[in-house]
Design a protein around this ligand. Structure first.
Ligand code: GLU
Ligand code: MG
Length: 451
């Protein structure tokens, strides 16, 4: 789709406002809108944004980061291919935007451009990643005592389906209207918890779809009078909300899934095993991108099915990387991997870009997937001395520790680049400080309503 086509579609749908959306370093989706009459010039030149926004944390506290102050401007330049008329907002459309410098170059602190660089690095090695975020989220109703879960339904229970059915029906329509293919739906374990998965696609579109998904769920739930929350741990005593990251690695033509090797006992090719080895090697740092909020670490606990250790396993839902069993008759195309330590407070461009960077590092270094890191049981049940001897490490148990690991990870830091790394660390460190010195109610409120 080009700019002319976008203008034609906008006119045809009588769109008045077009949102230029981006996701910031705090994982918050933000944007500005243009009226349709200015769309042609805004598509070319973008909408101005202060550089300071990439130093703003999830509490709207601007962090002192050199080069991210009140002076300086960038442009939100939308990707024409991302244009969608919004089924939940009358006469409005949305596009996903890149951050450009005034002379039209990708800005160093632009998360979407980081993912594009990771995709280009994969292409240089002759591979492309397909992915899908698999979000879990919570439906809540307002009461005089505050928000409570929509229901107390059981895992996969048909009563849960019934309670949420009107929202889910509209949600399916709204996602499909934005060319997002729905795969499965079920009520999850937690009270009011839902899981509706969408089809995998190329990496950039998968990250864009995660933004659209969060926007759409929020909006549709709101229209039904409910609040949808993507907080990793919406209530301390309920199941956490993950956004497991499923991925596969294909050849350039997109015809052959390079993960697949039926002759190996894991079903994974040498390339697949190297990719996973790279992800596991970088995982303590990578979670600073995939589980990046203070609240994330209340989800990422042993025996929560969210994973808490650097191990992999065949269909092991307590392993950080689950090798997913294939579908009978569709073995090659359905071979995929699942990163469990990932949640919806991530900036999907940074999370997926980081995963690709880590995996490619495994390919370049020809890492072996260590059998000692394979867990065929819940890793929490392996005695600690044995875990240590096998190199199965506990994932960072706080955001602060994850950020320390990221700062020490030269490969990820280098891929992020100076501007993005500095602004990201400053923003997420400030969130750690703000929440670690406040009480649980403050943490719950801010994560519950902002994600
Ligand atoms: N809710 C779990 C999590 O926080 C995942 C449950 C599952 O789907 O395996 O990741
Ligand atoms: Mg689930």
């Amino acid at each position: 789709m080009d700019a002319a086509e976008v203008c034609r579609l906008a006119e045809e749908a009588a769109v008045r406002l077009v949102r230029f959306l981006y996701c910031d370093n705090g994982g918050i989706i933000r944007g500005k809108s243009t009226h349709r009459h200015a769309l042609p010039e805004r598509l070319a030149a973008g909408i101005g944004l202060t550089v300071a926004m990439q130093a703003m944390n999830a509490l709207d506290q601007l962090q002192p980061v050199e080069g991210f102050g009140p002076v300086g401007e960038i442009r939100l330049v939308p990707d024409p291919a991302s244009f969608r008329v919004l089924p939940y907002a009358p006469h409005q459309a949305a596009m996903l935007a890149d951050m450009h410098t005034l002379d039209g170059q990708p800005w160093g602190a632009c998360p979407r451009s980081f993912l594009k660089r990771a995709i280009a690095a994969a292409d240089a090695l002759g591979v492309q990643v397909q992915a899908a975020f698999e979000p879990e989220w919570t439906l809540a109703v307002r009461t005089d005592e505050g928000y409570r879960p929509l229901d107390e339904s059981l895992c996969f229970s048909s009563i849960g389906m019934l309670t949420a059915q009107a929202v889910i029906a509209d949600l399916v329509d709204a996602l499909q209207a934005q060319a997002i293919e729905v795969e499965q739906y079920y009520p999850e374990l937690g009270h009011g918890q839902q899981e509706l998965s969408i089809r995998h696609t190329d990496a950039l579109l998968a990250a864009d779809n995660q933004i659209r998904y969060r926007e759409t769920v929020r909006a549709v739930a709101w229209q039904h009078g409910y609040l949808a929350s993507f907080a990793p741990k919406p209530w301390p005593n309920q199941a956490g909300n993950g956004a497991h990251l499923h991925w596969s690695v294909w050849d350039r033509t997109g015809q052959t899934n390079l993960l697949y090797d039926p002759t190996h006992p894991t079903g994974l090719s040498r390339l697949g095993r190297q990719f996973v080895a790279g992800v596991l090697d970088h995982l303590p740092a990578l979670v600073a991108l995939t589980c990046p909020s203070y609240n994330s670490y209340h989800r990422l606990r042993p025996q929560s099915w969210s994973s808490a250790f650097t191990c992999w396993g065949l269909d092991n839902r307590e392993a950080a990387v689950r090798v997913v069993s294939t579908l009978r008759g569709r073995e090659m195309p359905s071979t995929n991997l699942e990163l469990k330590p990932s949640d919806n407070t991530c900036n999907p461009y940074l999370a997926l870009g980081g995963l690709i960077v880590a995996g490619l590092d495994g390919l370049r270094r020809e890492l072996e997937l260590d059998d000692a890191l394979r867990a065929d049981v819940d890793p929490a049940t392996i005695p600690e001395v044995e875990r240590e001897a096998r190199g199965i490490r506990r994932l960072p148990d706080t955001l602060d520790a994850a950020l320390d690991a990221l700062e020490r990870d030269a490969v990820l830091m280098d891929a992020l680049g100076d501007l993005l790394a500095r602004s990201y660390l400053a923003v997420r460190r400030s969130e750690w400080r703000a929440f670690s010195t406040a009480d649980a109610a403050f943490e719950q409120r801010h994560h519950f309503f902002k994600y």
